[in-house]
Design a protein around this ligand. Structure first.
Ligand SMILES: CC(C)(COP(=O)(O)OP(=O)(O)OC[C@H]1O[C@@H](n2cnc3c(N)ncnc32)[C@H](O)[C@@H]1OP(=O)(O)O)[C@@H](O)C(=O)NCCC(=O)NCCS
Length: 190
């Protein structure tokens, strides 16, 4: 499905643009060590973020799109969400039979406002609506209490602990695996 455009009460989700503004916004996220603390990569430089956007746009144009890496903007920031600067990153990675992993990363400036729940909710609407998926999963570092709260609040169920899921700086960490099925999401087709 291209292009993706989703709108919630406060936020919109759209495809990235290969513009200096979107590169700056992605770098504000992925260049910040506090933001990447629980993510499976170290902070990235601006050039790498520019390359990432190029990759996201290539993924979007794939004949059978299976990766959605999307920009999140605030509705209040511009009349058209396409013109607003991203404040977060959202992802859906399809794999297996009608299933996907979901993810979200927010700029530190906007933490603590409940935005992650709105982003994850919009991704669930996309996954269980137009994409017709049956299962969504998310892996969360066991110490990432805020993200765990976001998922459980939406109804994600705990499935287990993934031991030594990540290794950063020579230190292994475990993740919790959560999932949500289509019939557990209001309004989904199943
Ligand atoms: C984790 C993250 C997505 C949360 O997004 P957010 O929009 O700030 O989340 P919310 O505002 O809905 O807060 C979630 C809840 O966690 C709580 N919380 C926040 N930080 C916390 C912490 N360090 N310890 C415990 N609870 C915490 C909040 O108080 C809130 O609970 P409440 O609504 O009952 O007050 C965001 O901090 C982020 O992008 N972090 C970096 C990237 C990341 O970790 N992504 C997730 C990978 S799985």
């Amino acid at each position: 499905m291209v292009p993706v455009r989703l709108t919630g009460p406060r936020l919109a989700i759209r495809e990235y643009h290969h513009t200096p503004g979107d590169v700056d916004a992605l770098y504000a996220l992925f260049g910040d060590p506090e933001v990447t603390r629980y993510l499976p990569f170290d902070p990235r430089d601006r050039e790498t973020c520019a390359d990432q956007i190029e990759l996201y746009l290539e993924e979007a144009m794939a004949p059978e799109r299976d990766t959605y890496r999307l920009a999140v903007t605030r509705l209040a920031d511009a009349e058209d969400p396409a013109d607003a600067a991203p404040i977060a990153h959202a992802s859906l990675t399809l794999g297996g039979y009608r299933s996907a992993h979901l993810g979200y990363v927010l700029d530190r400036e906007v933490w603590g406002r409940g935005y992650a729940g709105e982003i994850a909710g919009l991704l669930c609407d996309l996954a269980f609506g137009p994409l017709g998926l049956h299962r969504l999963a998310a892996r969360v570092d066991v110490d990432n209490a805020a993200s765990t709260k976001v998922l459980t609040r939406l109804g994600f169920q705990w499935e287990g602990r993934v031991r030594h899921d990540l290794c950063k700086g020579g230190v292994w960490s475990d993740s919790h695996l959560y999932s949500l099925l289509a019939d557990e999401w209001p309004g989904a087709d199943g």
